[in-house]
Design a protein around this ligand. Structure first.
Ligand code: NAP
Length: 249
């Protein structure tokens, strides 16, 4: 899968999965632009991926004006936008619905679902006016595919991402914008650690919890994203590809 000359925007690009996706696209020849709120983390991640290959833009995906500026900045600096990966996300508090605060519910929905909507809105507008493109949204196997107690806001937000992906894909495939999602299961980033848990502790817990016996490597999520963004998957539209070692099989 070659992405030479392609401009790739990745929201949440300084985080665990976003950074791995950035490395993978850069290795495949793309120029990557990492977006997020923390300028220091973004600059570090871009430096790690490679000067001249990776750029960064500060953006808050919950803010309509910020997401509009994010896309304008990418296209203004790099002359286009061919691939967008909407990966920014938060877990939010874990606990039963009756104890879930309305503000926490709102925060999770704002980042995980509204953030994908706002990002896609501006990405699609650019792509359909400039010859098309591909978008991959990062959902989760908790949501449309599986449920877990204590994670109502996260599950509802990610189920929303899976459905939004399908609807947006139908709306815009005729515009030349091809949209899909990935739904990872527990992956090797801090998000899948229980409070106070070490990576070794998680590995022991996951041996029994996941049929494949382990969490996903971020590179395994990244390679699936690259496939969905590439011409190798040209006839795949509105799909939500689960990467969870069989957890929801
Ligand atoms: P992570 O390391 O915490 O990365 C999340 C990224 O999202 C951070 O870089 C963060 O950057 C960014 N972000 C959060 N709020 C934002 C906002 N309002 N605007 C812009 N960026 C924002 O998490 P991860 O494990 O890599 O997860 C990446 C994606 O995969 C998430 O959507 C997550 O739900 C999904 N996922 C993860 C797992 C897992 O086990 N790790 C499993 C299934 C799905 P700033 O804070 O600097 O903005």
């Amino acid at each position: 899968m070659a992405f030479d000359g392609k401009i790739v925007l990745i929201t949440g690009g300084a985080g665990g999965i976003g950074r791995a996706i950035g490395h993978a696209f850069a290795r495949a020849g793309a120029t990557v632009v990492l977006a997020g709120r923390d300028v220091t983390a973004l600059a570090d991640a871009a430096k790690e991926i490679g000067p001249g290959t990776a750029d960064h833009v500060v953006a808050d995906v919950t803010d309509a004006a910020s997401t509009a500026r994010m896309v304008e900045t990418v296209t203004g600096r790099h002359g286009g936008l061919h691939v967008a990966v909407n990966n920014a996300g938060i877990l939010g508090p874990v606990g039963p619905v009756a104890d879930l605060g309305a503000a926490a519910w709102g925060d999770v929905l704002d980042v995980n679902l509204t953030g994908v909507f706002l990002s896609m809105k501006h990405e699609i507008a650019h792509m359909r006016a400039h010859g098309g493109g591909t978008i991959v949204n990062v959902s989760s196997n908790i949501g449309a595919h599986g449920r877990r107690p204590g994670m109502a806001a996260y599950a509802a937000s990610k189920a929303g991402v899976s459905v939004l992906t399908r609807t947006a894909a139908l709306d815009h495939i005729a515009d030349g914008v091809r949209i899909n999602a990935v739904s990872p299961g527990a992956s090797d980033t801090p998000m899948s650690l229980l409070p106070g848990e070490s990576e070794t502790g998680r590995a022991v817990r996951m041996r029994g919890a996941i049929p494949a016996g382990r969490v996903a490597n971020t590179s395994e999520v990244a390679s699936t994203v690259l496939w969905l963004a590439s011409d190798a998957s040209a006839h795949v539209v509105g799909h939500d590809l689960v990467i969870d070692g069989g957890s929801t099989a």
